[in-house]
Design a binder for this molecule. Structure first.
Ligand code: KG4
Ligand code: ZN
Length: 354
């Protein structure tokens, strides 16, 4: 099945064409520059930029795949979670095309997109490091670490999910971004923290491991974040916030963040005895975090499944089209286009109202 995927849940205007799980094209227009001066995504600015860019992005995705709208079998669009104003743009566009060209539409959860991104294949059907539908055994564990979410998910099957644990305050990426801001980096700070950490000593600062005594699978980063804030404030007061101490703080934070993530991951593996791990979300593009995760999987003799291309960790429409292709194969099409609305607070274990 040939599917056109559309994603506008936050600040990336994105469209992709897939043939089942093979990505034929994946186009993205990033708004990072527009939001940078505000230190985060401004919904109304995101909405306007999505409106200005969506047609060109879709046209390019179709062109790169040598398709036009008449060849497409179905559309897949992100319906949530995300910013309501941003989601609306992609959803309206998908509904308009579906009505005009009489194509069926599937509504996709952004989080299911991240979760299933390890199943994506390139146009030749290859996905080194990824998962193959015919080969995986369930249950799998899913670990999503993004700017908006930190979630451990029991994947009973594709389409059947149970949230085992999630963040009680900030998401992992959000904590990276906030610490980045404290250290004087622009938005988004996550990738800069990783770069600076490479030049730092990860044992230089003593930071608390969040919720180290709790036995549930939830996450919390407010304590860690506050500890960084106080120590940075002290350094500033003493006029010691040098490049070296910034790199040391980035490295120390990253170490404790990775530790807290893999601690819960180890607990989840013990609890659920899965057959492997699906890893997704922007923070998973952090090599230090990924190596920590890989070590745990190796110790437990379990396979780690990640997207074949690093760009599939962060927001993109390819992952939405791939998740959509599984739903389309199950015949889960939207019944009434008029009633379909965005669901900004959708969770991965909830049925989509469509
Ligand atoms: O999955 P994603 O693209 O968007 C959401 O759905 O949120 O994740 C974006 C988040 C941002 O917070 C960004 O700072 C973080 O992922 N991120 C990173 C890295 N690359 C992206 N955090 C740490 N290290 C990175 N290399
Ligand atoms: Zn995302």
């Amino acid at each position: 099945m040939l599917i056109l995927g559309i994603e506008t849940s936050l600040d990336e205007t994105a469209a992709a064409v897939v043939k089942d799980t093979r990505i034929l094209s994946n186009v993205l227009s990033s708004q990072v520059e527009l939001h940078r001066k505000y230190g985060g995504v401004v919904p109304i600015i995101a909405q306007r930029a999505h409106r200005e860019r969506i047609d060109a992005v879709i046209t390019e995705a179709l062109k790169n795949a040598s398709m036009d709208l008449r060849n497409i079998d179905a559309l897949a669009v992100t319906i949530g979670p995300g910013q309501a104003l941003a989601l609306e743009v992609g959803l309206e566009k998908a509904k308009t095309i579906a009505a005009e060209y009489r194509k069926p539409l599937v509504a996709v959860s952004h989080m299911e997109g991240h979760l299933l991104s390890a199943f994506a294949e390139n146009s030749q059907g290859h996905n080194p490091g990824g998962a193959k539908v015919a080969a995986v055994k369930f249950p799998l564990l899913g670990f999503l670490i993004s700017g908006g979410h930190t979630e451990l998910i029991l994947v009973n099957n594709i389409g059947s999910y149970q949230i085992l644990g999630q963040t009680l305050d900030d998401a992992a990426g959000e904590a990276f971004d906030k610490v980045g801001r404290m250290l004087g980096f622009g938005y988004p700070g996550g990738p800069v923290v990783e770069e600076m950490a490479k030049q730092g000593d990860e044992r230089a600062f003593n930071l608390p491991l969040a919720m180290s005594r709790r036995t549930d699978l939830n996450f919390s980063y407010s304590g860690l974040k506050t500890a960084v804030m106080y120590q940075v404030r002290e350094l500033k007061k003493a006029d010691q916030l040098s490049k070296k101490s910034i790199c040391n703080m980035a490295a120390s934070f990253q170490r404790v963040m990775a530790l807290s993530l893999v601690k819960r991951l180890e607990m989840a593996i013990k609890k659920t005895t899965p057959h492997g791990l699906l890893l997704g979300g922007g923070v998973a593009s952090n090599l230090y975090v990924r190596q920590a995760v890989r070590k745990v999987l190796r110790q437990n003799k379990l396979p780690l499944f990640i997207p074949y291309d690093k760009r599939l960790f962060t927001d993109n429409a390819g992952m939405i089209a791939v998740a959509g292709s599984f739903k389309a194969r199950r015949g889960e099409f939207v019944k009434d286009l008029h009633k379909l609305d965005r669901q900004p607070n959708l969770t991965i274990d909830q049925p989509i109202r469509a």
